[in-house]
Write a protein that binds this ligand. Structure first.
Ligand code: FAD
Length: 470
C-alpha cells in the first residue's frame, strides 16, 4: 500500500491531523492500536475522569441542598458506583463511534486498528489487531503515539493494589481508603473526586507544594481546600516501599521532617507523571531523535528525519489534549500548503479539574518576571462576586498578569468553581496580545463570572492612573 501520509496514533493529536489532511484531498492512513479513535483522552484520561468528577460534584451539591432551601430526606443519598461506570462506558462508546463515523465519511482517509512500526524513513509495518501484517510506503508520517504512566522505582509498585491513572478509572467499587502518590493534575483530581464520594484519601507529594507549574498563590489556596475536604495531604513525602498487608497495602514513606511514616490503603494510585510513548515504534530505523523528555522536533514540528513529524504528548510537556489538537491542526494546515500558526508554549491554556477548578492561560507572574516583562498583576476575589454568591461557590480568586509597558495581557490564572468557562477569553487575550484597556472596555454580562476579567482589567487601569498621579 502507498499513501501520502501515515498518521500513527488516533488520539486528540492524530485523529484531527488525519481528518484535516484527508479533507484537503491527501491519501491518509490513520493507524490506532486501541479499540477506537480518541486516545488516552477519551478512554483513559480527560473524559472518564471528568465523568466521575461530574457525579462527585453533584453529590457535594446535593449534600448542601438545605442551604438552597431544598429538602432531601436524611439518609437517602447513596452512590451507585456500577451506574456511574455504566454512564461512563456509554458516553465513551458514543464519542468513539461518532469519531469513527466522521472519519469514515472522508473518502481519502483509511482507518486501520492495529499497531504501526517504522521500518525506515518512508516505510512502516502495520500489524492489524486481527489479520496479517502489511507494509506501507508513505510520503510523510506524523508520530502521535502519546504518553504512558511513569512508575516509581520502589519496592511493591508491581502489587495488584497499586493502580495507574488508567486502572483507577476502571475500579469496580468505591475504595474505603486510597493513597495517592503525586499531587500533579491527575493525582489532585482523582484524590478530590474519590474523597467527595466518601473514600478516605491520603495524598503524598515529594515536592514542597502541589501542582508545581501552577501559580504559587493558587496552588497554596487549593492545598487549603484539599485539607478542608478531609484529605490527608503530606508535602515533602518520600516513598520508601509499598508492602502488602492482607488485602490492603501499607505505604512506607519519610515525611518532610525525615520521620518514617506509614499510610494504610486499599489501593494506591501511582500518579507520578507520564512519559512520552515511543515503545516499539522503530525510531532506530530513522534519524528521529528522542530522549526521556520526548521526540525532538523543530518549530514546524518536523523531526531530524525529513518528512517525519510529531505532535502531542510524545513531544513531552505540556501534555494536554487541546495542545495536541492545536499542534495537529497547525501541522496539517502547513502540510496541506496553507498558512499555519504553530502554537507557542507561552500561550498555553490548561484547566485542572480540581475542586475548585484551576484555570491557566499564558504566563504565571513568576514566568512573566523571568521572561523580563515589567509585570503588573491585577486581582479579583470571588468572595464578593454576585454570580459566585448566587451559585454557593463564593471562593477563589483571579490574577490578571500583564506587561506594564506594552499593556498586553500575559496570563490569566483562576481558582474558582467555574474557572473553566473563563479560560476561552483568557486564551484569546493572551494569544492575541490584547491590551488590558481592551479587556476593560469589553462588556461582560451580569451576573457571570466573566465580569471578574473586566473588573481585574479595570483595576490594572486604576493602578496606572494612580502611579501617574504619584
Ligand atoms: P494519546 O491521546 O495518548 O493518543 C495516542 C494514541 O496512539 C493512543 O490511542 C495509542 O493507542 C496510540 N498508539 C500508541 N502507539 C501506537 C502504535 N505503535 N501504533 C498505533 N497506535 C499507537 N488533557 C486535557 O487537556 N484535559 C484533561 O482534563 C485531561 N485529563 C487527563 C486525565 C488523565 C487521567 C490522563 C491520563 C490524561 C489527561 N489529559 C488531559 C491528558 C490528555 O489525555 C493527553 O494530553 C492527550 O490524550 C494527548 O493526546 P495525544 O494524541 O498526543 O496522545
Amino acid at each position: 500500500m502507498k499513501v501520502d501520509f501515515l498518521v500513527i496514533g488516533g488520539g486528540p493529536g492524530g485523529t484531527p491531523a488525519a481528518m484535516a489532511l484527508a479533507s484537503a484531498g491527501r491519501r491518509v492512513l490513520l493507524v490506532e492500536k486501541g479499540a477506537g479513535l480518541g486516545g488516552t483522552c477519551l478512554f483513559e484520561g480527560c473524559i472518564p475522569s471528568k465523568i466521575l468528577r461530574e457525579s462527585a460534584r453533584r453529590l457535594q451539591d446535593i449534600r448542601r441542598a438545605q442551604e438552597f432551601g431544598l429538602q432531601i430526606p436524611a439518609g437517602e443519598i447513596g452512590v451507585d458506583w456500577g451506574a456511574i461506570m455504566k454512564r461512563k462506558a456509554a458516553i465513551l462508546r458514543g464519542r468513539a463511534e461518532g469519531a469513527l463515523q466522521r472519519a469514515r465519511q472522508i473518502p481519502t482517509l483509511s482507518v486501520q486498528f492495529g499497531s504501526a512500526a517504522l521500518l525506515g524513513p518512508r516505510r512502516a509495518r502495520i500489524t492489524p489487531r486481527d489479520g496479517t501484517p502489511e507494509d506501507v510506503e508513505f510520503g510523510s508520517a506524523i508520530i502521535t503515539t502519546g504518553s504512558v504512566p511513569n512508575l516509581l522505582p520502589v519496592t511493591g509498585v508491581d502489587l495488584p493494589q497499586v493502580l495507574t491513572s488508567e486502572q483507577v478509572l476502571e475500579i469496580d467499587h468505591l475504595p474505603k481508603r486510597l493513597a495517592v502518590i503525586g499531587a500533579g493534575p491527575i493525582g489532585v483530581e482523582m484524590a478530590q473526586i474519590l474523597a467527595a464520594f466518601g473514600t478516605r484519601v491520603t495524598l503524598l507529594e515529594a515536592g514542597p507544594r502541589i501542582l508545581a507549574p501552577v501559580d504559587e498563590e493558587i496552588a497554596l489556596a487549593l492545598e487549603d481546600h484539599i485539607r478542608r475536604q478531609g484529605i490527608a495531604l503530606e508535602l515533602g513525602a518520600r516513598i520508601a516501599a509499598i508492602v502488602r498487608d492482607g488485602d490492603e497495602v501499607r505505604m512506607q514513606y519519610r515525611d518532610a521532617a525525615g520521620t518514617q511514616r506509614e499510610a494504610q490503603a486499599e489501593f494506591v494510585l501511582e500518579a507520578t507523571g507520564r512519559r512520552p510513548n515511543v515503545d516499539g515504534l522503530g525510531l532506530e530505523h530513522t534519524a528521529v531523535r528522542h530522549d526521556r523528555h520526548g521526540v525532538k522536533v523543530d518549530a514546524k514540528l518536523e523531526t531530524d528525519e525529513p518528512g517525519i513529524y510529531a505532535v502531542g504528548d510524545v513531544l513531552g510537556h505540556p501534555m494536554f489534549a487541546h495542545w495536541a489538537t492545536a499542534q495537529a491542526l497547525a501541522l496539517a494546515a502547513h502540510l496541506a500548503g496553507r498558512a499555519a500558526r504553530f502554537p507557542a508554549p507561552a500561550v498555553n491554556t490548561a484547566v485542572i479539574f480540581s475542586i475548585p477548578v484551576v484555570g491557566i492561560a499564558g504566563l504565571t507572574e513568576t514566568e512573566a518576571r523571568s521572561a523580563g516583562h515589567a509585570v503588573g498583576v491585577a486581582r479579583y476575589d470571588y468572595r464578593a462576586d454576585a454570580r459566585a454568591q448566587v451559585s454557593g461557590h463564593a471562593e477563589g480568586f483571579l490574577k490578571l498578569v500583564y506587561d506594564q509597558s506594552s499593556r498586553a495581557v500575559l496570563g490569566v490564572h483562576v481558582l474558582a468553581d467555574d474557572a473553566a468557562s473563563l479560560l476561552g477569553e483568557g486564551a484569546l487575550a493572551v494569544g492575541a496580545g490584547i491590551a488590558v484597556e481592551t479587556l476593560a472596555a469589553a462588556i461582560h454580562p451580569h451576573p457571570t463570572l466573566s465580569e471578574s476579567i473586566g473588573t481585574a482589567a479595570r483595576e490594572a487601569l486604576a493602578a496606572r492612573a494612580s502611579s501617574a498621579r504619584r
